[in-house]
Ligand binder design. Sequence first.
Ligand SMILES: [Zn+2]
Length: 244
Amino acid sequence: MHFIEIDLRLLAQSPLYIGTGHGFGGILDGTVVKDAYRVGDQLRPRVCLPGSTLKGRLRHYFQHARQLLPHLSRPHNERTCRQQLSAQCCAECRVFGSKLRQGQFRFPDAPLLPELTTLDGNALTVLQITQRTGTRLSRSRRVVKEKHLYTIEAATEVLAFKTTINGEMGLATLNTDALNAPEVVLMLLACRLMERIGGFKTVGLGKVKTTVEQVRVNGQASLNGQEDVDGRLRSLWVEGSENP
Ligand SMILES: [Zn+2]
């Protein structure tokens, strides 16, 4: 087994709407997800990106990555993947799991960068949230499309988050470079491609810049920084196009 860790940094490039879900009766619950952090004996709210949101978005970009490097994995197919043993599933099922089995990767929540939480509590409260008001078409009415007004909270574009996604992988031989495993290559490309997260994307929210800070294999730093990762991806790209 190889243990892979990928340190990610997400820099907001526009306000982000990471909602807590929809309220009852189609009324939008317009607040952003927050966790709490401790300052002295006080708990303060802090905007955070839930792991489940990250996982969903990365899965979307992973599918895109697989289309760009199709020699690395067959596409996901609900029926054939269901009949396979775990090791023979498509890379997407191995990484993210399916209805029948757990994925090999974990996606912890991404809190704010620690340096941002050292700001004065009031400053952070003001800094991290902005209000957005607008109208959008109601999707629930098919005949008459009605515009309705919404006001939502959004995380501001000055925020940055970090997390470490990690996973265990069995490779055919221990001598195989874990960084060449399709799961890892496609995941690194998915991170590279992830430039949108959260809701209200059509009104310009949710732009994000994702960078890989470090990749560790069994605790050893194997790639340092996005340039290193990009170099790696570029070489695979060239190899991939030579041997489709
Ligand atoms: Zn699959």
